[in-house]
Design a binder for this molecule. Structure first.
Ligand SMILES: Nc1nc2c(ncn2[C@@H]2O[C@H](COP(=O)(O)OP(=O)(O)OP(=O)(O)O)[C@@H](O)[C@H]2O)c(=O)[nH]1
Ligand SMILES: O=C([O-])CC(=O)C(=O)O
Ligand SMILES: [Mn+2]
Length: 621
């Protein structure tokens, strides 16, 4: 870690001439934001230790008990800075129509002028860290690099977990590699323009927030928040919003998807990617511990996947991230033992509760809370407090390599070939446990029409139903309807004999009393097992009948979904797979309204799919 007041002209690690653009940009941002110092980061263990110690000193981090939770810390955010702020997230494309109706658009020039105002002097009294990072293995054919400037040490340490932070990225840039410039400030300078100083706080942030993206210049500017998706700019801002635009222009896909390798008892391997909206089960499925004997699920990624047609006609996928930023509440030995094992050391917990012996707790970790808890706001807490001990969107930040179920291929720069793509949401009614798309176009229709109940991962009313096409509503950096057209194009370019099958799932269907009909979690292997059997059937490996048609897609044939040993009422199984034509014709009307909102950019194939759905709903199968 070199501490300078001016950016170096020569890279200290390599002694090679500096890349003019990178240094000039760093200098420009420093001129604008006026930090007291500029520090070039290298992602080393020593750098991490130094920053952690510094944050303990300033009260940003509380060290957890070194025996119970070695190398781990608790961060308590400002109570107002706990989730992504979609209302302050902007796509600043030159043409407003390119942002589409689901994004907040601002004209690039107008946004630049506003940002120049808020960033002016915003780092006064603080250090600006230069964080060079790679999304995907450094130098890999599907990978991309970026540089984040930030005045938050919490963000530096988190970025070094969530991405690959290394000086090798500076070398790549010096050798001519393009990079995504990403500027972040918590927006809480320690000195005013007139020199008056202001005290620091453990979690600095600002009431004024901007999460701004410039798709044409591949730039990100984030102001006012220290929280995950707003501040770790490699994640949602780059790996989804900017990367989706890169993918549109270059023929690949950036998706809000987990990525797993499933191995059957016969030793056959399958790769599955699944898109669920925020807080709808990606991390859990990514780390699934199968309840069916002989099956194995290995983790490749839990939140984002980049998909690129390979030279052999398959769709190859990588996890561009290097860590997990996962939802804590609900994570337990019973629901996700692999996550619990991952978190046993070197983890930063944000907004969970603290136990008297210096460990963490959240709702669902154990059936009963331990006594003497301190809640996420730092106040004493009992079950009668009338508020959750951990914030519903409290999170853990941890290296993927610590996960006991991580696949040996998780860092393969060439990616893994996909066999199945899954779309899902959180729906109490209507949507069956699982259905297979009739073909790729139907699969794109299923992805485009995902709806889900709002969760705590973003501001908004929890429980309200919203459409979340491709689970990308808050993350697509361009017109969503263009994204559907892009999916149709990519699918058409794949070899039909190995093209992934597309499925829809819903783990969250409830009965009239509000009880989940499906046990979920480790039992979801039963659904995966049916899907990969369908892959085998499509490839001619099996010839038995696995599915029956329904208006919404192919459903498991009687007996094809293995429910042996499950304490599942046959009526519940019937309800899980029930497709009610009356409610579905209402869904179809809502889908028509939803598609209409995208106007003429909706690909004709999706209107055809909707018409076909209506026909199937009125034709007995
Ligand atoms: N009932 C039920 N709940 C589940 C299942 N899988 C996950 N959940 C719950 O859903 C919530 C979110 O799960 P995650 O796996 O963290 O969701 P995610 O999609 O990774 O969320 P983001 O990190 O926000 O993108 C947790 O409270 C889980 O306990 C399931 O199969 N059944
Ligand atoms: O981005 C975040 O802040 C957390 C996350 O994974 C999501 O909301 O999908
Ligand atoms: Mn996510």
């Amino acid at each position: 870690m070199t501490v300078t007041t001016l950016p170096p002209a020569v890279d200290a690690a390599t002694s090679r001439p500096a890349s003019r653009d990178l240094r000039a940009w760093v200098a420009d941002v420093a001129d604008l934001t006026q930090p007291d110092a500029v520090v070039w980061c290298d992602g080393s263990a020593a750098e991490r230790q130094a920053l952690l110690a510094q944050m303990v000193e300033t009260g940003t981090l509380l060290p957890l008990d070194p025996v119970l939770r070695p190398g781990s810390y608790l961060a308590r955010s400002d109570p107002s800075d706990v989730a992504r702020v979609e209302s302050r997230t902007f796509i600043c494309s030159v043409d407003e129509a390119d942002a589409g109706p689901t994004n907040n658009w601002r004209a690039p020039d107008a946004m630049r002028a506003e940002l120049a105002g808020v960033f002016d002097g915003s780092m006064r009294g603080r250090t600006m860290y230069v964080v060079p990072f790679s999304m995907g293995p450094v130098g890999g054919p599907i990978s991309q690099v970026g540089v984040q400037l930030t005045d938050s040490p919490y963000v530096v340490v988190s970025m070094a977990t969530m991405t690959r932070v290394t000086r090798d990225v500076v070398d790549l840039i010096d050798a001519g590699s393009p990079f995504v410039p990403a500027v972040h400030s918590v927006g809480a300078p320690l000195r005013d323009a007139d020199g008056t100083s202001r005290p620091d706080v453990p979690w600095p942030c600002s009431d004024t927030k901007y999460i701004a993206h410039f798709p044409e210049t591949r730039e990100i500017w984030s102001f006012g928040s220290g929280y995950g998706g707003n501040a770790l700019l490699g994640k949602k801002c780059f790996a989804l919003r900017i990367a989706s635009v890169m993918g549109r222009d270059e023929g690949w896909l950036a998706e809000h998807m987990l990525l797993i390798r499933v191995t059957s008892p016969q030793g056959r391997r399958y790769h599955v990617a699944a898109a669920f909206p925020s807080a709808c089960g990606k991390t859990n499925l990514a780390m699934l511990t199968p309840t069916l004997p002989g099956w194995r699920v290995e983790t490749i990624g839990d939140d984002i996947a980049w998909l690129r047609p390979g030279p052999d006609g398959t769709l190859r996928a990588i996890n561009p991230e290097a860590g997990f930023f996962g939802v804590a509440p609900g994570t337990s030995v019973a629901t996700n033992p692999a996550a619990i094992a991952t978190l046993d050391r070197d983890t930063i917990f944000t907004n969970v509760a603290l136990t008297p012996d210096g460990d963490v707790w959240w709702e669902g970790l154990t059936p009963d809370p331990p006594e003497g808890l301190v809640d996420w706001t730092g106040r004493p807490w009992t079950p009668d407090s009338g508020r959750p001990a951990a914030h519903p969107n409290s999170r853990f930040t941890v290296a993927a390599a610590q996960c006991p179920t991580i696949a040996d291929s998780w860092e393969d720069p060439a990616g893994v070939p996909l066999d199945a793509i899954v779309f899902g949401g959180r729906r109490a009614t209507n949507v069956p446990l699982v259905a297979q798309a009739h073909d790729w176009e139907h699969g794109v229709f299923l992805g485009a029409t995902i709806s889900s109940e709002q969760t705590a991962a973003a501001e908004g009313t929890v429980g309200e139903l919203r459409r979340d096409p491709f689970a990308m509503l808050p993350f697509c950096g361009y017109d969503m309807a263009d994204h559907w057209a892009h999916w149709l194009r990519v699918g058409a370019s794949l070899d039909p004999s190995t093209r992934p099958l597309v499925f829809q799932v819903n783990w969250f269907r409830k009965d009239a009393s509000g009880r989940y009909l499906w046990p979920g979690f480790g039992e979801n292997i039963r659904v995966l097992a049916w899907m990969v059997a369908q892959v085998d059937r499509a490839r001619g490996v099996r010839t038995d009948v696995g599915a029956v048609p329904s208006p919404v897609g192919l459903l498991p044939a009687p007996g094809a979904l293995d429910v042996d040993g499950l304490d599942l009422d046959p009526d519940d199984l019937r309800r899980l797979l029930d497709v009610d034509p009356t409610s579905w014709s209402v869904e179809a009307d809502l889908t028509e309204d939803f598609l209409a909102g995208f106007g003429a950019r909706v690909p004709a194939a999706l209107h055809t799919q909707l018409a076909a759905l209506r026909t199937r709903l009125t034709t007995p199968t």
